[in-house]
Design a protein around this ligand. Structure first.
Ligand code: TXA
Ligand code: MG
Length: 364
């Protein structure tokens, strides 16, 4: 069913089975569900995906309905071996092959001209297809044993943070999908880097764990989609999903940062956050602070939510989405977060954090 905004809605509840992906028989059961056009959430190294058979247009329609996602926002097609890219993509440029060698299986999605048999429903009517070979062994086994290419966006309700545990998936999609394969908490915690290979110069459409620098060491110059740098509404992002508001908690989130060096949580930043929190308290408003563990004891808010360690971007990425979900659990009306450097992985983290904050930044 589609309403006027092109957002699909779901009409019927289904029973959602949850099984460990390592439980004997779980992969066979998931295969049977995917074959008949059903939906199975699956673990990857980045975030959990909401899977359907990429070659069944009805399955893709069901994915949009379960997520409440606009159907012009294309899905990523997951494959269980590198060679499968040649079955799905019309043209695979030499540089993309070098990227496959260097980073697959892994947190990298590449966009190619698609073969015409891939349903338009899967690719949001685009002539291109986004392909990723994820590195989770259970999910690779599922794709290899079944021979199915899995269309899979992140397994969250549209607008919520991507799920990094099977519990997050259950929270958002229980009753809307047939099965959740539980593979424990994910390793990376933010979605894959997306690179478009259909133009002259490879273009990053979504920053992620594989950074521009890492790619340039392999294939030379790479550019970043200008729409990602300037929050200018007249620029249309290459990845349609990047235009949507994302991850925003129910409370009003702002980022507080040092003007000269956003990567440093200085005394002035700490003081500013405590001052803002005190103002809210005086008005009877509730607050939460998202902080790295080494700074946590310096704040006085109703809720302190930990984001990993400032010195280690990996730990921040791994905790970010759970922290945003935790903000909602606390019910805090105002949330303040520390800021991170904008290079490399920090850039991918800040891309998500800025979106969650609606680009509200307090500079000190
Ligand atoms: O790490 C990930 O990539 C996770 C896991 C499950 O693999 N998946 C994921 O999917 O984050 P999703 O649907 O939440 O985000 C996919 C993004 C969207 O922004 C979408 O617009 C873009 O990829 N995309 C997909 N196909 C595209 C295409 N043909 N051209 C441009 N952008 C595309
Ligand atoms: Mg998503």
């Amino acid at each position: 069913m589609e309403n006027k905004l092109g957002v699909s809605t779901l009409t019927q509840e289904v029973k959602t089975i949850v099984k460990s992906i390592d439980e004997p028989g779980a992969i066979q059961e998931a295969t049977a569900i995917l074959r008949r056009g059903g939906l199975v959430a699956f673990p990857t190294e980045t975030v959990y995906g909401l899977g359907g058979d990429a070659l069944q247009s009805d399955a893709s329609m069901k994915i949009y309905a379960a997520k409440g996602r606009p159907s012009d926002n294309p899905l990523i097609v997951h494959i269980g071996r590198s060679e499968d890219v040649y079955k799905l993509a019309e043209v695979v440029p030499e540089k993309a092959k070098m990227m496959m060698e260097a980073f697959w299986p892994g947190p990298l999605t590449m966009i190619f001209k698609k073969k015409s048999f891939i349903p338009d429903e899967t690719t949001g009517q685009l002539p291109t297809v986004a392909i990723r070979y994820p590195s989770h062994p259970g999910t690779i086994k599922l794709m290899r044993d079944s021979g199915i290419y899995i269309a899979g966006p992140s397994a969250n309700t549209s607008g919520h943070p991507s799920p990094t545990t099977a519990e997050h998936v259950y929270h958002d999609l229980n009753g809307k999908i047939d099965m959740i394969l539980d593979g424990g908490p994910v390793g990376i915690g933010i979605e894959s880097t997306i690179v478009d290979f259909t133009g002259d110069i490879p273009t990053i459409c979504r920053p992620g764990f594989i950074t521009k620098k890492m790619m340039e060491e392999v294939i030379g110059p790479v550019i970043i989609d200008p729409a990602l740098i300037e929050p200018d509404p007249s620029l249309h992002p290459k990845a349609p999903g990047m235009k949507y508001t994302h991850y925003a908690p129910q409370g009003k989130l702002s980022i507080v940062e040092n003007k000269e060096n956003p990567a440093l949580v200085t005394d002035a930043v700490v003081d500013k956050i405590n001052e803002l929190v005190a103002e809210h308290k005086a008005k009877g408003e509730t607050t939460a602070i998202m902080t790295t563990s080494n700074m946590a004891n310096r704040y006085h808010a109703d809720h302190i939510i930990l984001l990993g360690e400032q010195a280690s971007g990996d730990t921040v990425a791994a905790h970010l989405y759970a922290a945003l979900r935790e903000c909602d659990d606390t019910g805090a009306q105002y949330i303040y977060s520390e800021s991170f450097n904008r290079d490399d992985l920090g850039g991918a983290i800040m891309n998500r954090l800025l979106k969650a904050a609606g680009h509200r930044v307090v500079q000190v």
